[in-house]
Design a protein around this ligand. Structure first.
Ligand code: FAD
Length: 441
């Protein structure tokens, strides 16, 4: 590998300055769970890895709800790529948004220009799916990135500050009420954390709101919470949340959200200050893919080696990839373990391609699923064994702590949790930058 000596680097916008190499170039789009685990396996291997990510950090998405509810600080759950890859001699990182894949010419277009590849790995993950409901998208907030989490945190605190200014009445209650849509793990965890915030923090920080009936409402379109878990754990979750004071509404579809009024498919509308949407995700798609290889959920169809259907040298892993197998006829669940395992398998396969060895099929090992409800209760399901209560919460805490990138981050999050466990207090409730919601016309 030699250093780039293109004198026109800064003049020619279309040229991305990347060290020249005689090694095969693997371009990876996205440094989430999938991309990161692929890259780790490629360290010091005879390939040049070029990572593009629109952010300069990896984010630990499962703990976003804790940032949103002031449980941990944002920089505890993100890790900068350049620090992470200091010792990766064969890696080049460029902060850029990739827009298009040209598989015929083996190139991609990005916000900083074009680049060619020998092998391309799409690991762009997913984004919030509002299912075409425009006013929920405009006025509600999704939970898919650290920016979303900070927006939610600021907005909830801003609304509470606004609520204390009102003497009484409808607006005061609405300003301190929150609606969460979607009874999957993200919605359940968010509702539990907000309920604890209401129980332990609100009376101390906002004594002016002691007599205000603050509402936390969790809406789920189907008949139970945590669809992927056994009925027994769904029922436990319902009980835990209800005991914490969450108004859980099953079989309830949110139809419209305008002027802070939530309308449902049945029942009376409710006035809330914020609507947090955790009801679905869709693949984060780029231009250049045949519509036939894209599923309704915007995932890209891949074969059992994660190779994109109908494209040579292009692979997709993680949330964006849809691999249908006998065991998973609708594709694998969009969870971190699938992304991690596909990243690792594809890394070995790309090295096998280069060495002209046969590829290995992807086989998913389901390590179970968990969701925490507040800080002492959780539900977990591992290989047909259901666990709940404090044991599940302890397991949840251990697994999540171990999965966070960086020793410092692990320690900071662990310390925050310990502090909160014994004191019932949370992290700093600060509005670093105001969230400005689009004006309702
Ligand atoms: C709120 C929430 C909670 C969750 N909790 C859990 C949990 O507890 N356990 C679990 O297993 N799963 C959980 N998940 C699911 C899990 O986060 C995803 O399955 C996982 O992140 C998928 O990994 P990925 O690498 O495919 O995508 P991501 O982790 O989303 O990474 C995608 C990366 O691609 C980058 N990118 C996207 N588009 C572009 C572009 N055009 N150009 C450049 N870069 C781009 C992004 O910046 C990002 O870094 C949760 C999801 C959400 C939303």
């Amino acid at each position: 590998m030699k250093t780039c000596n293109h004198i026109n680097c800064f003049k020619d916008f279309n040229h991305i300055c990347i060290p020249d190499t005689i090694l095969p170039r693997v371009v990876v789009i996205g440094g989430g769970f999938a991309g990161l685990n692929l890259i780790k396996r490629m360290k010091d291997q005879p390939v040049q890895v070029v990572l593009f990510d629109k952010n300069n950090y990896h984010q630990f998405i499962p703990l976003l709800y804790q940032v949103a509810t002031s449980g941990v600080e944002p920089d505890n759950i993100v890790f900068p790529f350049r620090k992470m890859f200091r010792k990766y001699k064969n890696l080049v990182y460029r902060m850029a948004e990739v827009t298009k894949v040209d598989a015929e010419n083996n190139t991609i277009s990005t916000s900083i220009g074009e680049i060619s590849y020998d092998y391309l790995v799409l690991a762009t993950g997913s984004s919030t799916n509002f299912f075409g409901n425009e006013n929920i998208e405009r006025f509600g907030i999704g939970l898919k990135s650290i920016t979303d989490a900070l927006d939610i945190r600021s907005y909830l605190l801003q609304n509470l500050e606004e609520a204390v200014l009102r003497c009484a009445g409808r607006d005061k209650v609405a300003l301190s009420s929150v609606m969460i849509v979607g009874g999957g793990p993200a919605g359940v965890e968010m509702a539990g954390a907000l309920a604890e915030f209401k129980k332990y923090i609100l009376p101390l920080d906002y004594p002016e709101l002691r007599k205000t009936p603050v509402k936390i409402i969790l809406c789920e379109g189907t008949g139970r919470l945590l669809q992927g878990m056994p009925q027994k754990l769904s029922d436990k979750t319902f009980t835990y949340l209800t005991k914490l004071g969450v108004d859980v509404r099953l079989n309830t579809l949110v139809k419209k959200y305008n002027d802070n009024l939530v309308e449902f498919d049945r029942g009376d509308p409710i006035r809330v200050s914020a609507l947090i949407w955790t009801a679905g995700v869709k693949g984060e798609l780029l231009l250049g893919f045949d519509t036939k290889s894209i599923s309704p959920q915007q995932r890209i169809r891949v074969d059992e080696f994660n190779k994109v259907e109908g494209m040579d040298r292009v692979f997709a892993i993680g949330d964006i990839a849809l691999m249908k197998t006998a065991e998973y006829p609708d594709g694998h669940p969009m969870v971190a373990q699938v992304a991690i395992q596909q990243g690792r398998n594809l890394a070995s396969n790309l090295l096998r391609v280069i060495k002209k060895k046969p590829l290995r099929k992807f086989n998913y090992t389901d390590k179970g699923s968990m969701a925490t409800i507040g800080k002492r209760k959780a539900v977990a399901y591992f290989k047909h064994i259901s666990v709940w209560g404090f044991t599940a919460w302890f397991l949840w805490s251990f697994v999540h702590l171990m999965s966070i990138v960086g020793v410092r981050n692990k320690m900071l999050v662990g310390l925050n949790w310990l502090w909160s466990y014994f004191t019932y207090d949370k992290g700093d409730r600060v509005i670093i930058r105001k969230y400005l919601r689009e004006e309702i016309k």
